[in-house]
Design a protein around this ligand. Structure first.
Ligand code: SAH
Length: 227
């Protein structure tokens, strides 16, 4: 079910990860914990295995979005690094992730010491990732099959919230479930391109806001998929 890696491949991938980290630094990623998480995590294991070894070797550590099954993609490493850096994460913080996908971003958060709650609406992807993360040694994330627009009120409030699909608007439930002092990073916009939005909750009803450039995400869809 999952891609099997030889020792030789693992050395090759380690070298490629180091070069990816250099690339991310050259693009402006400075957070040492983000960079060391990316240097450590075997991104090549997260793809749809039907893409095959040549595709993995060529693309797993280049700055590309790639298929993870069910018509979804893993985000570019730069996008993952940029969003994570914006969260200004401290070890032990409680993070809500919307859009688990293949779990790569989830694992970046875990490597940074976060307590992670992650919601996925696609049943197929949810089932796969729920098996996959423990398989590669990550047991502690709480993965939920559900609709990210509603957040996860039973474990709120969260120190940080990260949305990894393009939202047409700011979901009110997520703003409510964020702690005062907390940060949400969310790509906003309909159509091809979204604006990366950073919000810090300064009181129950006020936010500081920064718009941080254009990115391309798959859309945040409403409600859970049936299959
Ligand atoms: N963080 C992921 C990115 C996956 S792409 C990774 O590292 O792989 C975005 C994901 O958001 C997709 O898996 C998609 O199914 C999911 N998604 C879209 N709308 C959603 C919603 N309303 N609630 C939860 N997940 C959603």
């Amino acid at each position: 079910m999952f891609y099997k890696v030889s020792k030789e491949d693992e050395y090759l991938f380690q070298g490629k990860r180091k070069r990816l980290v250099e690339l991310l630094k050259s693009k402006g990623i400075t957070n040492a914990n983000v960079l060391s998480a990316i240097e450590k995590i075997p991104r090549h294991l997260f793809f749809d295995p039907t893409t095959g070894r040549p595709a993995l070797i060529d693309h797993a550590y280049s700055d590309k979005a790639l298929p993870i099954g069910a018509g979804q993609t893993i985000s570019h490493p730069y996008t993952v690094a940029f969003q994570t850096q914006l969260l200004d994460l401290k070890a032990g913080e409680k993070v809500l992730e919307i859009g688990t996908g293949c779990g790569y971003q989830t694992v970046v958060l875990l490597e940074m010491g976060a307590k992670v709650y992650s919601i996925e609406r696609q049943k197929q992807l949810f089932d796969k990732t729920k098996l996959f993360l423990p398989f590669i040694g990550y047991n502690s994330a709480k993965l939920i099959y559900g609709d990210g627009y509603k957040g996860l009120p039973q474990f709120a409030p969260y120190d940080k919230i990260i949305v990894t699909a393009g939202a047409p608007y700011l979901p009110n439930d997520l703003l409510i479930q964020l702690k005062v002092g907390g940060i949400i990073v969310i790509p906003i916009g309909e159509g091809e391109v979204q604006e990366m939005v950073w919000l810090k909750k300064t009181s129950e009803s006020t936010f500081d806001r920064k718009n941080l450039g254009n990115f391309k995400f798959v859309p945040l869809l409403s409600s859970k998929s049936k299959t």
